[in-house]
Design a protein around this ligand. Structure first.
Ligand SMILES: [Zn+2]
Length: 500
């Protein structure tokens, strides 16, 4: 039998056998049992809690190739650290016809061994958790003494003998950041100022919006020692493992200024959120300039006004069309839609007329298909008549030419038939389906989720054209493109006039 060895070693656990020792034991076992080891996979993990096992995953992947029949580990806890993992990967191996062998634990497939296996695995899991707890205990001890727990020290501090000490030069920068922000300067301005003074982050990079944000939020600067508070990447932390100690480290910023800044940040966040919602330009892609024909795109103006502007005007200034206020045009278009399409009196009418149109399309297609099939049959008949004539010895060059022509015609008919088949099958659409579809979109419009509204608009609006003194909107109605590709211009769409 051919097998591979898998070894794993965590450097933070001194009691473990080294990778060499594990490999040696596996080789001895293999020799005794007439097993040939064709490869050794080994992972060296930095910590018992990280799940970084590139070689393990490679081994699982290689098991698909049918070049080995077993994986040998020194102990089961080398294979996986929890029962879920173990069951998952063992099943993968089994699927590939590969079994797991442990040198120290004798396992076979009897029911007892399965129980034994899960007990052993349970113990390994317990041990791993216990170790994590021990590690946490050490970190907590550090925390209670407000000692540094590793990593990169925060900007503004140095770590001396495990304690936080103010780095005066960096602390100046921290004060500058808080003061400027509190005075109403934006991140851009603050970054420029920091660059002007040559300040760099702890990693030696220039400051970014994110790094400023993190600094402005960091309670360490008012002397709070915080250990193990969740970050955006790490939410699943038990409350009892979070430690906050006031006045435990030297403060750089006074509490009043810090609180002021927090309030301003909260306010900015709310304004930004409100702004982002509005900043979805519902009509982009649908709206164009009636003067030069360029498309118009959403822009943010000086007083936070948003509007649509001709792209040509924006880039080359060669168009004199006016900008159009975003709220005005959008409100206008949405109310037109409410009135002309999503109206309880009109929806049934539209559904009825769309359904009628669909039925016509269906019968047109059926007729077309019938005609084509008939034509194909005729061509086939002609072809076989000529072939028969030639076979009977009546060869003439004109017959050859005729045959070529017929083959070409047949080819064209077949292509057209194929095209018909490829068209979406609209025969399943009913009037009720169309009504339901319209009501769904009416709900979207009523509920006001701008993202969803933006996604549905192209179904109903063909084009919006902005002239000097008026806006023309051409509506269309098209049912879900995946199902159906037809559309009709809505009746009664007059060029609406809007004063800009
Ligand atoms: Zn233009």
């Amino acid at each position: 039998m051919k097998a591979v060895a898998y070894c794993r070693y965590s450097s933070d656990n001194q009691r473990e056998e080294s990778i060499e020792a594990q490999a040696r034991a596996i080789k001895e076992y293999a020799e005794k049992n007439n097993i040939e080891i064709i490869k050794i996979y080994a992972d060296e993990a930095k910590s018992a809690t990280t799940d970084d096992r590139p070689q393990f995953l490679q081994m699982i992947k290689d098991s698909e190739m049918n070049i080995f029949q077993a994986v040998i580990v020194h102990k089961l806890d080398r294979f996986a650290r929890n029962r879920y993992d173990s069951a998952f990967y063992k099943r993968l191996l089994k699927k590939n016809g590969v079994r797991l062998i442990s040198v120290l634990e004798q396992l076979d497939d009897s029911p007892e061994s399965i129980i034994l296996e899960s007990v052993l695995e349970g113990m390994a899991e317990y041990y791993s958790r216990n170790l994590a707890r021990e590690v946490m205990k050490g970190l907590k001890e550090n925390a209670f003494q407000a000692r540094f727990n590793g990593g990169i020290p925060p900007f503004g501090y140095d770590i001396i003998n495990g304690h936080y000490v103010i780095n005066e030069k960096e602390a100046e920068a921290v004060r500058l950041i808080f003061k400027m922000y509190n005075d109403g300067y934006g991140y851009r301005h603050i970054i420029d100022e920091l660059n002007l003074h040559g300040y760099k982050t702890k990693k030696g990079n220039t400051f970014s919006k994110n790094s400023l944000h993190d600094i402005l939020k960091n309670e360490k600067y008012i002397g709070k020692y915080i250990f193990n508070k969740g970050t955006k990447y790490k939410h699943n932390i038990c409350k009892e493992d979070v430690i906050i100690i006031d006045n435990a480290i030297p403060a750089i910023i006074d509490k009043d200024l810090f609180e002021e800044v927090q309030k301003k940040m909260e306010k900015a966040k709310r304004t930004q959120a409100a702004h982002n919602v509005k900043r979805i330009y519902l009509l982009s892609g649908l709206i164009e300039c009636g003067i030069c024909g360029a498309s118009m795109t959403g822009c943010l103006g000086k007083q936070k006004y948003t509007y649509y502007r001709c792209n040509n005007k924006q880039r080359t200034k060669q168009c004199d069309n006016k900008d159009i206020n975003q709220d005005m045009i959008e409100n206008y278009i949405l109310s037109e839609l409410q009135e002309k399409i999503f109206n309880d009196d009109i929806i049934p009418q539209i559904a009825k007329s769309l359904n009628k149109e669909n039925q016509e399309i269906i019968s047109d297609r059926q007729n077309m298909q019938k005609t084509l099939l008939k034509r194909k049959e005729e061509i086939d008949k002609s072809i076989s008549t000529i072939v028969d004539a030639i076979a009977a010895g009546h060869f003439h060059p004109s017959l050859d030419a005729k045959l070529t022509e017929l083959e070409q015609q047949k080819n064209e008919v077949e292509i057209r038939l194929r095209e018909l088949e490829l068209k979406p099958d609209v025969s399943i659409i009913t009037e009720d389906m169309i009504t339901a579809y319209l009501i769904k979109d009416k709900d979207i419009l009523t509920k006001g989720d701008r993202k969803k509204i933006k996604a549905m608009l192209p179904t109903y609006i063909k084009k919006i054209t902005v002239y000097h003194d008026k806006v023309e909107a051409i509506l269309k109605i098209s049912i879900n493109q995946k199902v159906c590709t037809w559309m009709v211009a809505a009746s009664g769409v007059e060029p609406p006039t809007l004063r800009v």
